[in-house]
Design a protein around this ligand. Sequence first.
Ligand SMILES: *Cc1c(COP(=O)(O)O)cnc(C)c1O
Length: 347
Amino acid sequence: MGYFRENIEKLAGYEPGFQPKAADVVKLNTNENPYPPSPEVVKAVAAMSAEGLRRYPDPTADAFREAAGQLHGLGPEFIMCCNGGDDLLTIAFRAFCDENRAVAYPVPTYSLYAVLAKLQNCRAIEIAFDAEYNLPPKLVGTAATLTIVCNPNAPSGTFISAGELACLADELSGVLLIDEAYVDFADDNCAGLVKEFDNVIVLRSMSKGYSLAGIRFGYAMANPALIDGLMKVKDSYNVDAVAIAAATAAISDQAYFRDNVERVKKDRKTLIANLESLKFKVMDSSSNFLLARCVNGNAGEVYNSLAERNIYVRYFNLPGLNDKVRITVGTSEQNEKLISALKEIVS
Ligand SMILES: *Cc1c(COP(=O)(O)O)cnc(C)c1O
């Protein structure tokens, strides 16, 4: 017998997107924000004192909870901070799932959910989206103790209305976790549901909208009873002092944040039009990336030809996705480089 639990022994771990070492590449493969974080973030990090590093951080990061609470019109007791949104996903699986308590989610979606289910040794009920990525009615009635809806969904970029998710929350007997990692680029969100429903958790990430993928910070919004339970499961010091300072500065600079998001949304429109003029079929996107079907379905070749030119996009060699590439919306300059490379490649 090996040293590991059987499910770990068998597990093919989560595969993160390629992180090229060189800086001078066009990196449109892991959905980072192309713009730097707010100057206030850099100031806050530079202002960290030796004493602030010597001591343990605030275990609940109350400075951030206050700031986020103000933004969402919620008391801090509705918020829990995490070491990236991924930390919240791990906490939720540990809190709600085991051999007898299943997770359910529509697919294709964020591939980490399946990996976490295997780690936790719980059954994963995967329900296929239709071609338009509508909310699958079969999500109701799975009896899963945890249901996850990624909204906007990855890798499709599609969006399900808050009204539909409210109906789903109402019908489920278990917890509904809405993964809003990309919601900053959408026109609506589900933050309001956490006051209305005692079984809804909304996940937010500082990695995309706030340009802070490098520091690892995210948060949960939920009814205080759910937050209290989740707090029991998290590591006591799950967010570090530097991250708390950076994330609090970022969320407090809403003007800077909104400007960046608007720029990405505007460039998304241009990029869609340019891809369509090259005969790519592009899903309607509420996120900072696009899922684009290549004319001949030869997405693997398109991926390789771009990589040869130091332009990185994401390619999933999976059923339903292997004819498409996922492209992060970059700066206008990066998007133009991508489009001129694609012009060469498809001609
Ligand atoms: C990026 C992302 C997250 C969380 O990412 P963190 O960097 O850990 O905050 C969660 N869900 C999806 C679908 C994501 O793309």
